[in-house]
Design a protein around this ligand. Structure first.
Ligand SMILES: N[C@@H](CCC(=O)N[C@@H](CS)C(=O)NCC(=O)O)C(=O)O
Length: 219
């Protein structure tokens, strides 16, 4: 199997998605860390956007976390992370899309919005989105989004939950404890080897986001 390079940053939830998919699928890879506060010139030569994550295989580069993970599904079909049934697969993609269109903008919007007068509205949107997620998780018996098996849906959402303490530390948003399906799901994700290999603690995230909180560096 050809070795892959993943250009990543530990603080980046999008890069984390890809590292989780690589480890769940047990695809050999090399991790290259990018300092997002001082992106090196050489990185702009291989990355069209200068952003993390980026996957390099030989001469080819692929970027955008969800696209990279779909590429991994197509190119490395062992240990699949999407359902084989086309309808179930489409529904999985709808939930991945919901993360990108609703949950993640609310989460990152609250993290990066410096105008405090806007925080209450974003907190409300985030709470509503978490309720939608909790209801979706209730539809299956298993610990994961689709039941017994972890999927790209879990991998797409989980990195933000690992960073939740950032919202408590800086944005007066504590993850609701009454959303029990989410609590169960987070615990199940934290028990997975892929998460154990990659996870960082709350202290790391709170410290890593500090320069963004006072606008010292842009998002
Ligand atoms: N939609 C992209 C988002 C990637 C992204 O925003 N990466 C951030 C780090 S979390 C980044 O590289 N920021 C540096 C910059 O924009 O210069 C994805 O899913 O891969």
């Amino acid at each position: 199997m050809e070795t892959l390079e993943i250009y990543s940053a530990d603080v980046c939830p999008f890069a984390y998605r890809v590292r989780l998919a690589l480890d769940e699928k047990q695809i050999p890879h090399e991790k290259i860390s990018i300092d997002l506060e001082n992106i090196p010139d050489w990185y702009y030569k291989i990355s069209p956007t200068g952003r993390a994550p980026l996957l390099r295989r030989g001469e080819n580069v692929i970027w955008e976390s969800n696209v990279i993970n779909e590429f991994l599904e197509d190119a490395y079909p062992d240990r699949p992370l999407l359902p084989t049934d086309p309808v179930e697969c489409a529904h999985a993609r709808i939930w991945i899309q919901y993360c990108n269109s609703d949950f993640q903008p609310a989460f990152c919007g609250l993290v990066f919005e410096l105008d405090e007068s806007k925080h209450e509205d974003i907190r409300t949107a985030l709470r509503q989105s978490l309720e939608v997620i909790d209801d979706a998780l209730a539809e299956h018996d298993g610990p994961y989004w689709l039941g017994d098996n972890v999927s790209l849906i879990d991998i797409t959402y989980y990195p933000f939950f690992e960073q939740a303490e950032v919202l408590a530390a800086y944005r007066k948003f504590v993850m609701p404890t009454d959303l029990e399906n989410i609590n169960r799901w987070v615990a199940a994700m934290q028990a997975r080897d892929s998460v154990k290999i990659n996870r960082r603690d709350s202290e790391f995230y709170v410290s890593a986001y500090r320069p963004y909180m006072d606008g010292t560096i842009g998002k």
